[in-house]
Ligand binder design. Sequence first.
Ligand code: CUA
Length: 324
Amino acid sequence: MSEYVHVDKLELPAASTIAPHIDSLYNFMWWTSILSFGLVIGAAVYWIIKYRRTKQGHVTAYISENHTMEAVWTIIPIIFLAIIFIWGWTDYVKLRTTDADALEINIIGKQWMWETNYQNGKTEINALHVPRGSQVKLIMTSTDVLHSFFIPAFRVKQDVVPGMFTTVAFTATQVGEFQVFCAEYCGTSHSKMLAKVTVMEPEDYKRWTEGMPLRTASGERVTPNTPLAQTGEKLFQRKNCYSCHSTDGGVQAKVGPTLKGIFGKEVTLNEGKTAKVDENYLRESMMDPQAKMVAGFQGVMPTFRGLLKDDEVNALIAYIKSLK
Ligand code: CUA
């Protein structure tokens, strides 16, 4: 990959399902701004001329208040702001809502590269491959500082935060290569923290994930990998997780809750509160086990902070998800 990104076209393709929606909102805000700029400056210029001091020394009446005008210039902007807020919120929710069958891909940001972990165990650096027409859910974290994963052609941008997972969803609509930038200043080589998203036809993508040679002779060959969930299962053994947590629903001396079928469920905690088992909950349970104690269990689990790398946490979560 070249060190610099050449922008040869000022117009960006709108290459995801959300992109046209984001563009419409952008255009609405742009024309609203132009209109209000024209009205405000136009009115100011008109009145400056109309009420200018003339040679006769005519003085204009001193106006202290006008309730009708105040109401008009308060209510009209509020209506426009409300439209922008509701419109923006609707699109924001779309970017963060995923179907159950969304393709999940893990992204790890680090100074200064993007690591991509697929569920089949394949890992790439500064590259992301996705199929056209399928919803993709990126589950992202950082090993060091704040980064931001930005795909302009998809109108998708999401902060990548150390110590937690953030997600973003998109459905690509065009086959091709698209630029990824880091959009959060993260140190010396921030501007070189670049990656490419390759969107492939679904059948090409299937071949690619299976490690088959592509129909297009791009020379890409992939060796079969261990699926992420399988790596997680090995880690589960190696880190002795199984000595306290069963994976088949059994109660194993009641040291820790079983992990069978817990992903996506609500659990009841000691203080009577509930928590949803998602990626962030599982990571917290590994790093800070006493933060949320499941009702009926003692806080005996040690922390795995510093003992598990981000890709190992991802593998363990993939394994726990697979325990249906
Ligand atoms: Cu990573 Cu800027």
